[in-house]
Write a protein that binds this ligand. Sequence first.
Ligand SMILES: Cc1cc2nc3c(=O)[nH]c(=O)nc-3n(C[C@H](O)[C@H](O)[C@H](O)COP(=O)(O)OP(=O)(O)OC[C@H]3O[C@@H](n4cnc5c(N)ncnc54)[C@H](O)[C@@H]3O)c2cc1C
Ligand code: SF4
Length: 602
Amino acid sequence: MPVISASQIKPEYDVIVVGSGAAGGQSAYTLTMEGVKVLMLEAGRSYEPVTETPMFKVGSSAPLRGASTTDKPFGFYDSTVDGGWTVPGEPYVRASAGRENQFKWWRPRMMGGRTNHWGRLSFRNGPYDFKPRSRDGLGFDWPIDYDDLAPYYDRVEQLIGVYGNNDGMENTPDSPPGVLLPPPAPRVGERLVQQRAQKIGVPIVAAHRAVLTQRQDAENIPAKLHPNNPKAQRILRESMQSRAACFWATPCGRGCSIKATYQSTTVHLPPALATGNLDIVPNAMAREVTTDSNGKATGVIFIDKTTGDEVQARGRAVVLAAGAAETVRIMLNSRSVVFPDGIANSTGLVGKYLMDTVGAKLGGQIPLLENLPPLNEDGAGGAHVYAPWWLYQQQLAGKLNFARGYHIEFNTARGQPKLDVGAGLEPLNGGGTWGRKFKDDVRRYHGSFISFSGRGEMIPNEGTFCELDPVVKDKWGIPVLRFHWQWSDHELNQVVHMQQTFKQLIEACGGKVWGEQPAAHGRDAIHPGGDIIHEVGGAIMGSTRRKSVVDAWSRTWDVPNLYLTDGAPFVSNADKNPTLSLMALAWRASDHLIGELSRGNI
Ligand SMILES: Cc1cc2nc3c(=O)[nH]c(=O)nc-3n(C[C@H](O)[C@H](O)[C@H](O)COP(=O)(O)OP(=O)(O)OC[C@H]3O[C@@H](n4cnc5c(N)ncnc54)[C@H](O)[C@@H]3O)c2cc1C
Ligand code: SF4
């Protein structure tokens, strides 16, 4: 991928975008396709999935057969080539070590950010999700509603390619006809759960994932996404034609060298670069947004990690898209006479109301799935089906002891065996076997296990926030974040309900809970904050500048040429995984910024 070094940047750009993941990629794509000159700063190294993805390397030739190591917690194949749960020389601080107050922070340091590795689950927020306070009196309402974002969901889904069905489920919006790609057929275990879940009233429908199950319609989509813009249409057509459909064989977490999954590095950045309007500087660690004496943003100071030098980049506008908490960190570190507490922080709200997704899991062993004939069930590298939240009405009627919903993801794949296949079978085969019997046992039991994961909505609270640590700095001398985390009873009760539902599902399939049993108290079941890697919030959107950091266009109230396009402006974090929504918001914000630039307001 063509990139430039810090010494090659131009004296000034229209817009500086910080971060190259889902948010930065979408922002740069939208802006450059409309002729805006953009400089992108990315803290990680350059990464080219087409040549660097080891997706065809078999396990027997991978180091340690692909097993996890401290450097590679998801194993050798993980496409996160730099970053993860720890980033050398870049610490962060937890205000409390207690289990219930713990926060974990997954940080990529590579071109494309987490989009190289993410699970690709792509759900729209529904109408209720934009007005949660109006429904139950908790948290905050968004200043926009579903209809404001729907056209942008349509665009993003067509651009990146999302499979799924229109199932007409409550608060789980359908897409317009022809927007979604056909979903893959459920796997055998998924079919079993789908059938048996009916007994306990849990609906199982096609998952929505950003994976091409067929080639994109490169003849028609570009004109829909870029009307009256022949150059953008041509570039997008060529980009879409370079993407192949999934061939159902390799886990998507390895990245996808045939470009069947959405990654910023294969879908957003190549067309943006092809416009000639984008310069990308990798290894560029943004430290602060600079301002003039009126408090208007003038650019970004970054550390060139290859030399350690401090560099000033100048732009008419700045878009922060470094991942919600990193964006907050840059804002808090951008201190000036006008903004002594950090840029656009006149309310003191920057860093407040962080949220993650609520998570809990439970596994089961299902005798009905034993001894299946050998077959390739890898499929589209992730879930083909899932259960959207189905108890909205009971919740509204006050029949549940938690206020917000969750959806269920589950894994039944009888996929390519991993290094540990056959481990832990002792409780099933009378204490352990070896030789031929062991091989027979592995064939019998492989694929008979199901793991269920709940993904629930966390309500923002006063005790969950981040701030600058007064002492600790990273190796570039930049102050780091200190995280405070707190769950409420809503989340703790929600995970108890999740595990009880999973137990019912396992038993409805004729199986038994395998391993850890459902917890009596939520604190023993809930994943730590940040563990689901869906952290959002910290610079919330609102309709008044007194109670929010950005307006309905993701533009900071205090600094009209500073936009935030990652998860930082999220007002609530519905159970739906956040990335599709943040890309739709990024497209909408970028459209607004283009308008402001062309009207000469910026
Ligand atoms: C294992 C895993 C599974 C996931 N599964 C799903 C899923 O199925 N569905 C879903 O919706 N979401 C999922 N997510 C979350 C999803 O990846 C994120 O929501 C999404 O990538 C956020 O986009 P972003 O652009 O805000 O951040 P990122 O994609 O993290 O990109 C931020 C970029 O900014 C760069 N950066 C950070 N700080 C600086 C700085 N100071 N200067 C310059 N650059 C900087 C980073 O290096 C990075 O490249 C998953 C994440 C992981 C890790
Ligand atoms: S399963 Fe399909 S989409 Fe996923 S990495 Fe393999 S080919 Fe690509």
